[in-house]
Design a protein around this ligand. Structure first.
Ligand SMILES: [Mn+2]
Length: 434
């Protein structure tokens, strides 16, 4: 084959006749008629000359730029560039990459978020105004309550403090520890619980009794709501049973999940009554440096009167659809607290700005912003129990605020180990429900 011969020629310049063997003469003549370059018979040369135009194009594409010649050139030229210049170029390139990443992952999302908040605040309501629809009022639920002004810090001679505590979830020992840590005095300090005082943890009735003893204020969390609704349906089912009516399967099922039923049964009349008087929203009043202060378990939609907030969402929201202002208990939309803070920072009169103290979002954890204080730090699942302590400034300036917390035992994982054996699916559902 021609290829074999070519290769043997390429092998050595001196031995052309020998390598050509029997066909030496013919090749010698042929060789003399050809330019010297044609003797270079590597792959590149062969393909370049023998194939059609299309293939040329194809092979040209396939050739790598980093041929030995190019690499030699690069190495030589880089040796000629001073080290300092090389370093500067490297640092410059690194800086450019960092700047691009910073823009792409930090600044751009932030800018996008801020402009969508601005649009939500100033834009016209495309789908009507959220909160303007009439809702039925619930006669067994307090929607908004006003805190007694005499309980505000600085309202009396003795140094009164407000102590807000996040989701206790039946962790009575930790609540007692936390109040001891902040040196709580029931006569001069006032305790405000941000909801979800009961359920999940070891001693829900104990927490309610303790809160009653302390004459604490509270708001209704999603767990109080469930327990109270379950209690109500149990009572109704019992009344039906007493009126010698047999319960239908639906009535039994609708009386609530087993855990809620057990919890509702574990609470006595006084404890249920106390939970019942917890409002969905507690108006604390105006505190210097904090503006108006409001407590709600999960959140509020800014720009909507407290009386017009959807009670279910106040106990459950995590995000808000900026286009419709409709809150959601999922995280599919903008975090409500970020929108809240953007909105409040754009209220012209500082006296009209509202600071909200809330719990509910233990996954997000402690979340302190200018106009919001998220203080659920996941006590019942082995996190911390957190207090926000608000104290009057002796000189009449802005109130002093501090965060104090205690470590909690992991009650939920202890329960989980036992529950897993019994009902894996049920536990997965409970995980989702918070
Ligand atoms: Mn909650």
């Amino acid at each position: 084959m021609a290829g074999d011969k070519d290769r043997s020629y390429a092998h050595s310049d001196d031995d052309i006749p020998l390598a050509a063997g029997a066909q030496g003469r013919e090749w010698q003549n042929h060789q003399q008629r050809r330019p010297l370059i044609d003797m270079v018979t590597n792959e590149w040369q062969k393909n370049f000359h023998s194939d059609s135009d299309d293939d040329d194009f194809f092979y040209a594409e396939k050739r790598n730029w980093y041929t030995p010649a190019v690499i030699t050139l690069l190495v030589h030229s880089s040796r000629r560039v001073p080290r300092r210049v090389q370093r500067t170029v490297c640092i410059g390139l690194g800086f450019l990459v960092a700047a691009w990443l910073g823009w792409r992952w930090l600044l751009q999302p932030y800018w996008h978020e801020q402009s969508s908040f601005a649009q939500a605040v100033s834009g016209s309501a495309r789908w009507g105004v959220y909160g303007s629809n009439a809702r039925p009022s619930f006669d067994d639920m307090v929607h908004v309550k006003q805190l007694d002004p005499s309980l505000l810090p600085g309202s009396a001679a003795d140094n009164q403090r407000l102590v807000f505590v996040g989701d206790v979830h039946g962790c009575k020992d930790e609540l007692v520890d936390l109040l001891a840590k902040v040196n709580f005095h029931p006569t001069s300090d006032h305790l405000i619980l941000t909801g979800d005082m009961v359920s999940k943890g070891p001693d829900s009735p104990g927490v309610v009794d303790f809160a009653r003893d302390m004459q604490a204020s509270c708001v209704r969390g999603n767990h109080e709501d469930r327990v109270l609704l379950t209690h109500k349906s149990l009572k109704m089912a019992l009344a039906d049973a007493n009126s010698s009516k047999t319960l239908s399967e639906d009535e039994v099922r609708n009386a609530g999940a087993k855990k809620d039923k057990n919890l509702a049964r574990s609470l006595n009349g006084k404890q249920i009554e106390w939970l019942q008087q917890c409002p969905v929203i507690l108006r604390v009043g105006t505190l210097p440096g904090m503006g108006q202060v409001v407590v709600a378990h999960a959140g509020l939609v800014p720009g909507i009167e407290l009386e017009r907030q959807d009670p279910y969402q106040v106990m459950n929201m995590r995000s808000v659809d900026l286009e419709t202002k409709v809150p959601s208990e999922g995280r599919d939309y903008a975090p409500w607290d970020k929108y809240w803070n953007f909105f409040m920072s754009h209220v012209p009169n500082p006296d009209n700005r509202v600071t909200i103290v809330y719990g509910h979002d233990s996954k997000r954890g402690l979340n302190i912003r200018k106009h919001s204080r998220g203080i659920d730090s996941g006590c019942v699942r082995g996190g911390k129990l957190t207090a926000l302590v608000v104290e009057a400034d002796p000189k009449g300036g802005p109130v002093q605020q501090s965060i104090v917390s205690v470590k909690c035992k992991d009650y939920k994982n202890k329960d989980k180990a036992g529950a897993k054996k019994k009902d894996v699916k049920g536990q997965a559902q409970l995980e989702e429900e918070y």
